[in-house]
Design a protein around this ligand. Sequence first.
Ligand code: GUN
Ligand code: FE
Length: 426
Amino acid sequence: MRAYRAAILRFAEDQAPIYDSDGLLVTATDASGRSVVKAVGGYHSLIDGLAGVPVQDLRGYLIAPGFVDLHLHYPQVDVIGAPADGLLPWLEKYTFPQESRFFDEAHALEVAGFFLDELQRHGVTTALAFATSHSASVHAIFEQALQRGLRFITGKVLQDRHSPDGVRDETEQSLIDTEALIQRWHGVDRLGYAITPRFAPTSTPEQLRGAGELAAKYPQVWIQSHVAENRDEVRWAAELFPQSRSYLGVYADHGLLRERAIYAHCLHLDAADRVLMGETGAAAAVCPTSNLFLGSGFFDFSAADAAGMRYGLASDVGGGTSFSPFHTMLAAYCVGREGHTKTGLSLKPGQLWWQHTAGAAQALGLGVVIGNLQPGHEADFVVLDPQATPLLARKASQASSLDELLFAMIVLGDDRVVVRSVVAGR
Ligand code: GUN
Ligand code: FE
């Protein structure tokens, strides 16, 4: 057993933040060898029962659940900040050429290592990430994640048409490779596999059907893709799949909407699409820095809530511009405020934080496993310094409520705030 004394943030079942200004987090190894939260609460209410347990004194810092990034692309580290006239030119000009290099496992290993270090430096302890269409890219990042003890989910991209040489795969082989990767990696230590059709326009109906069959055969495996990010993309999907009711309907028609299916963006959905997301248990990865950078649009939080659609926050690096969950939460706030194309609202600081931790974990079907610091949750957490910069220290010292403290960190925070990321108690 081990204990940490600091301010502690966690979440109640109703999503409300719970804050102990002088808290204690106690971790222990459970029967299966996982490092988990054993107890949490006020320091004085817990310390008497803990004779002999070493206590690290982290007063002045805030311990919070490790952040969960619901959608990003590890092979796009070197694509961040590439300017283009929107999504489709950006893919052609920058993204596909970079991704074509990942047939080479040495290159993939180097980028994967850098990427995972960057996630941890920013306080992200779990991610659902795209690899590339090359199996080597999947092996590389799983090997690196395994070494670090991370809970990490990825998959080989499926894209058998409308893709250049170097990234386009072959229908039948792509499905054989996907199943082999599921059998090799899904459930190894803390790793999980995601069936990963890039997006409907770059897959044949046969490839999507095969992906749906694998999704039915392996219900514990995740699904990840993109939907309704950009108007040109939506038009293209409609031309290619005229028999489907909508772009989201293409995925429904191929057996790709279910629990553990995460769709990035979900900007240009209609009311029936949002209801379908809610009914099937699929969830949206909301990617505000990417949507602003590529000029894609604004996620409609109030329409999503009204339809009972699940969602969480994501960076979408390299369409997204930052690994920092603080930058993503701030961008989500700004996107929420936007009230010219949809209803504008002010997301509460605790809500934004929940959407990037416990809410994202729930979207993955891992709500009782990660994303929170209640007893039984895996011991993935961050130690944050509210004094990390002069301006943040000034704002934080004036905070008269938890909302004000969290909002100061959301608006002014970045990797300088993250003192330490603890993964599986290490
Ligand atoms: N749609 C299809 N591929 C991609 C991608 O790599 N990034 C983003 N943002 N959208 C996509
Ligand atoms: Fe993406």
